[in-house]
Design a protein around this ligand. Structure first.
Ligand SMILES: NC(=O)c1ccc[n+]([C@@H]2O[C@H](COP(=O)([O-])OP(=O)(O)OC[C@H]3O[C@@H](n4cnc5c(N)ncnc54)[C@H](O)[C@@H]3O)[C@@H](O)[C@H]2O)c1
Length: 247
């Protein structure tokens, strides 16, 4: 028996990076998992990695509210319920605030913030019907740091922190816990598009543990927050950064 046996989890942006780390960790603990993503080739690769685990791939664009409702409803109907929602999908882009193209600002907000909101709206009735559940949002340590060129990304993540607290208040009475994890810097396809080798080295040196966390590390934390072991934890943002923000 795994720590998530019998639980059903819907993970956005689950085809790669941290989302896939969370999906694999949850499935290894017995959860039935859907990885929802727009990147078809990455979804296909992820399904190879997930061989032998109870993971299905779902093409879902979180910025499209109708698509989100359709895909979450279908997963719930196929799986027989919903226990865990992980809001992980994001679009990375760094630029000087004065140079940010309006179209990119819109896309980032549509994926990272509004996409999270649509997923919360679509999943909540199912979690209520389930008698409770766990929502895990992806925040970032970037929220409390000052990072040049990251004005939109950090604004989105700050909003995710606020949303986590607000939704924990609205949903607590239904037994729905809402928490966030705030990873430190982790080399993923998305993060590699905005951080170079020297940047990774500098970040690693800044950690107290002298190693960056991995997607697996975030997966382990998400398993805990999604499990009944965390049944009295809500409204919390858990930093997983090898102590980087303490230095
Ligand atoms: N990597 C880091 O250093 C780091 C640090 C702190 C927080 N985070 C957070 O962790 C989460 C995952 O980050 P990552 O580094 O794995 O990013 P990533 O870019 O590597 O992965 C994001 C995934 O989201 C998917 N996606 C993009 N747009 C989508 C859409 N419209 N609908 C559905 N899926 C979509 C992508 O295809 C991709 O598979 C993000 O919320 C990010 O803010 C990452």
């Amino acid at each position: 028996m795994g720590r998530l046996s019998g639980k059903k989890a819907f993970i956005t942006g689950g085809a790669g990076g941290i989302g896939l780390g969370i999906a694999l960790a949850m499935a290894r603990e017995g959860a039935k998992v859907a990885i929802a993503d727009i990147n078809e080739p990455l979804l296909a690769e992820a399904m190879l990695v997930a061989k032998g685990l109870d993971i299905t791939s779902v093409h879902c664009d979180v910025s499209d509210r109708a698509d989100v409702f359709a895909k979450i409803d279908k997963f719930v109907s196929d799986a027989g319920g919903l226990d865990i929602l992980v809001n992980n999908a994001v679009m990375f882009h760094y630029a000087l605030m004065t140079d940010f193209e309006p179209e990119i600002v819109d896309r980032m907000l549509n994926v990272g913030l509004k996409g999270t909101y649509w997923c919360l709206q679509a999943a909540t009735p199912h979690l209520k019907a389930n008698g409770g559940g766990a929502i895990i949002n992806l925040s970032s340590i970037a929220v409390s740091s000052a990072i040049p060129n990251a004005s939109i990304y950090t604004s989105i993540k700050g909003a995710i922190d606020a949303l986590t607290r607000q939704q924990s208040a609205e949903l607590g009475a239904y037994g729905i816990r809402v928490n966030a994890v705030a990873p430190g810097a982790i080399p993923t396809p998305g993060a590699n598009s905005v951080i170079d080798a020297a940047g990774w080295q500098a970040r690693e040196q800044k950690t107290l543990l002298k190693r960056l966390p991995t997607a697996d590390d975030i997966g382990h934390a998400a398993v805990f927050l999604g499990s009944d072991e965390a049944s009295t934890i809500t409204g919390v943002t858990l930093k997983i950064d090898s102590g980087m923000t303490l230095t």
